[in-house]
Design a protein around this ligand. Structure first.
Ligand code: SF4
Length: 407
């Protein structure tokens, strides 16, 4: 300061680029890009979408197609792994916090919130709490103090997803349906298969993702129970996921042209809202979710980790088919393929083979096998983010602090 350094203007060759706000999930601000290429590494090497590297167009690095084409016109899956590693906010999520505050303040609206399983183990990090600290009760209290009219756990709808996927799996097994059946609750993975393997679109399950199921129920069953006009209900999802912002706006996930879910905020955005409200989050008392749709089983909680969805659906399908409880599902890592695991279960004398992949690079391998007729699985779970939703693009930033990840 004393040397006047703050007054020296950098006269480099930097150009001003326009911000790209075309997508519902990610904002690109190329003027902030320092060409570190972390985003490109995530996109190209880990996720293999290749959007940021311009594999299919011959562009180079981040100023390539992602900045030449509007984001909404690319085949970006919006997994947000680029956002999670960008050190300069050249890539950020579309911020929905102001819209949520406006809805809460609108006396004509009835605003209900839901939280995904992966939020409760990560949110505390934003307030200096140890990674992995479970803060479910504090979230319920914070939401009520913010002014949400209903406070719910997406776990309730995750249980519905389990029932639907288990039914569909049994139906396909018993009726020579298309196999393997792939889970469909990760919107980035769904967008990936749409762009990259359109010939395989009959294999994902037909189930909506849990938070969208929740939205549909909130505006029908719940609205009727509490006697509120569904048009006045605003459903807010608090998610570890950036892709769910775009998912909520997909035209097929609306009912009578109203979105099932109106607004999605990430774990980071929700932490910002708690700070804006001036709450001492670590010292909040534990509260409870509302009852009507606030109860769930332990199975739904494991949705947040890789393998959780398919294991929960498999347990349910097994119990329905055999009348017995499936004691243990022993997933084994495939040799030489980090991020792909498999298990087999005996279902009434028939061996059922289950696969799990996290990270879209691994998903691509499994899909290539299916396309080439080499897959031996009956059901596969795919999650776009490394580690599943706990490693989602909207979770607290780590920015290379390995001690946090290892803790
Ligand atoms: Fe979203 Fe989870 Fe899929 Fe990541 S793995 S894109 S957080 S649903």
């Amino acid at each position: 300061k004393n040397l006047g350094i703050t007054r020296i203007k950098f006269d480099g060759e930097r150009k001003e680029y326009a911000k790209d706000t075309s997508s519902s999930s990610i904002v690109k601000d190329p003027s902030k890009c320092i060409m570190c290429r972390r985003c490109e590494t995530m996109c190209n090497d880990v996720q293999t979408c290749g959007i940021l590297s311009g594999l299919d167009r011959g562009f180079d690095a981040i100023v390539g197609p992602a900045f030449n084409l509007p984001m909404k016109d690319t085949s970006c899956t919006y997994c947000g792994q680029c956002v999670a590693v960008c050190p300069t906010a050249a890539l950020t999520e579309v911020n929905a916090t102001d819209k949520v505050w406006s809805a809460i303040e609108d006396k004509d609206k009835y605003v209900v919130a839901q939280i995904a399983p992966a939020i409760r183990v990560a949110l505390g990090e934003e307030f200096g709490m140890a990674p992995g600290t479970i803060v479910t009760g504090k979230i319920a209290t914070a939401m009520k103090r913010m002014g949400f009219d209903g406070v719910f756990d997406t776990d309730f709808a995750a249980d519905l997803t389990i029932m639907e996927e288990a039914s569909e799996l049994i139906h396909r097994l018993e009726n020579n349906g298309t196999l393997p059946m792939l889970t469909s609750c990760c919107p980035a993975w769904v967008k990936f298969i749409e762009h990259q393997f359109p010939e395989l679109l009959d294999i994902p399950s037909s189930c909506k993702s849990p938070h969208i199921m929740f939205g549909a129920i909130a505006k029908t069953y719940y609205a009727e129970k509490i006697g509120v006009d569904p048009d006045k209900i605003v459903v807010v999802s608090v998610m570890p996921c950036i892709a769910k912002k775009a998912e909520a706006e997909r035209p097929e996930l609306t009912k009578d042209e109203a979105n099932n879910v109106d607004l999605v905020v990430t774990t980071r955005e929700f932490a910002t809202m708690i700070k804006e409200a001036g709450m001492d989050f670590p010292n909040l008392p534990d509260g409870e979710f509302d009852k009507l749709m606030g109860e769930s089983t332990g199975a739904s909680v494991i949705f947040g980790t890789t393998g959780g969805v398919i294991e929960a659906a498999l347990r349910t399908a097994y119990e329905w088919a055999t009348g017995e409880t499936l004691e243990k599902v022993d997933f084994k890592q495939l040799r030489g393929l980090d991020g792909i695991r498999e298990a087999s279960v005996d279902l009434k004398g028939k061996e059922l083979k289950i696969g799990i992949a996290h990270g879209l690079g691994n998903a691509r391998r499994l899909l290539e096998d299916i396309r080439d007729g080499k897959s031996h699985y009956h059901a596969i779970e795919i999650m776009a983010c490394p580690g599943g939703c706990v490693g989602g693009g909207g979770q607290p930033y780590h920015h290379g602090d390995a001690s946090i990840v290892e803790a």
